[in-house]
Design a protein around this ligand. Sequence first.
Ligand code: CP3
Length: 344
Amino acid sequence: MSEKKLLLRALAGETLPVPPIWMMRQAGRYLPEYRATRAQAGDFLSLCYTPDLAAEVTLQPIRRYGFDAAILFADILLVPQALGADLWFVTGEGPRLSTIGTEADMAALKPADAIHETLAPVYETVRILARELPRETALIGFAGAPWTVATYMIAGRGTPDQGPAHALKDENRPLFEALLERITEATITYLSAQIEAGAEVVKLFDSWAGSLGGADFEAYAVAPAARIVAALKARHPGIPVIAFPREAGEGYVGFAARTGADCVALDNSVSAEWAAAHVQVSGCVQGNLDPRHMVTGGAALVEETRAITRAFSRGPHIFNLGHGITPDADPDNVQRMVDAVRSR
Ligand code: CP3
């Protein structure tokens, strides 16, 4: 048992004296070495599709901080691109995509099994990482959950309230559901290929799950995640899955049981005490330090890190931020967080 990587032990339900730690967006612009490699690649998408450089930026935070897990460097929006959407990034603004609003747009998308043509370089990145990571570091693959990916494909960009996706859902539900279905199939295909290339864990990012209420949350957050988890576990028995229905609130309760996920990642809008009592009681949780602490630092960073570790100390826990680290973060604050977790 002690041979097994810490992250995998927590995912198997073990309560550990010191939780494994990694960080959402750990390879990113807050690191000078990331900015240098990104400049070498030219732009963000070239970085994603150049296996040597994508592997390099994945390894950078592992070298610097010795995290217990590395997350493949890629993006959730590569799947829409592989399905035939146009994708580009506007500096200082974010992603832009061609939109899906009509049956003709939907008919122009490629079938799910055509994604490998575009995504083959990502699998090569995974193979490089499986060879080069330290033996104690777990490798996490990932994809966006269907609802979150659909919000970008429908709006053609990030939106504060996912308005265009909600509008399509209400005005043309068959088209909306056909799109979710295509993304679901592509996600199963994509994550299976990542696992075959060497990913040991996969994570589903449903960043906009919080805007789905009631029956919509069941139909478009819970049900697609359950289908993806079941398909992956049928093809790859024992593969652990982390689900992140961000800002699900009460929806976090029972989410793992209903989807078959091994761990639920928590954002920082729920308190660790509440989550320990209502979510961790049924299994492993990941989270949930406010990423602002990586900018502001100081005594509050150490106190809050310790408070979260303490709140989750009676069950399986993976320490992480509640959302991605931001470009204005201070790399020294990340080290302070790692030290506070490991020096309990
Ligand atoms: O280190 C890691 O966490 C692995 C790589 C990773 C990226 N994006 C790299 C990235 C992961 C897991 C993601 C997931 C992702 N991408 C999500 C889900 C998680 C979340 O943040 O809620 C979403 C919604 C996206 C879509 C996306 N990609 C947006 C909205 C943006 C622009 C906003 C921004 O932060 O610039 C991106 C770009 C992106 N993805 C960057 C990185 C490192 C910044 C690109 C750059 O270098 O300029």
